[in-house]
Design a protein around this ligand. Structure first.
Ligand SMILES: [Zn+2]
Length: 110
């Protein structure tokens, strides 16, 4: 039997967004990343997803997201797209990634 698996992780990280009314000066957020994967058949697959997501979150935690992805825009939309690009190769059947802060959220779906 196949099922859908959704997992969320939190991390604190900083950013600044040129022209954004709330985020134009450097500051921090608590970010939540939620990953949904379809077609899961085993506990081992869930473990792989937790591991890949954990690596990504460890890379982001405590960092300035402007420096981590200098080519991108560190908005919720931009971080969702970047997370998708980073995770899609390592997580088969990745269905969606949602990034949220207390103010905003964005979802990238296949
Ligand atoms: Zn902000």
């Amino acid at each position: 039997m196949k099922h859908t698996y959704t997992i969320a992780r939190q991390f604190a990280a900083g950013h600044s967004l040129v022209g954004h009314p709330l985020c134009r000066h450097q500051h921090g957020h608590d970010w939540t990343i939620t990953v949904t994967v379809s077609g899961i058949k085993s506990i081992d697959e869930q473990g792989l997803i937790r591991s890949k997501l954990g690596d990504f979150v460890d890379e982001c935690r405590g960092k300035n997201l402007n420096e981590l992805n200098p080519a991108g825009t560190p908005s919720v939309q931009g971080i969702a797209m970047w997370a998708w690009e980073r995770l899609v190769m390592g997580i088969p059947n990745l269905e969606s990634i949602e990034i949220s802060t207390s103010e905003e959220s964005a979802r990238v779906t296949l």
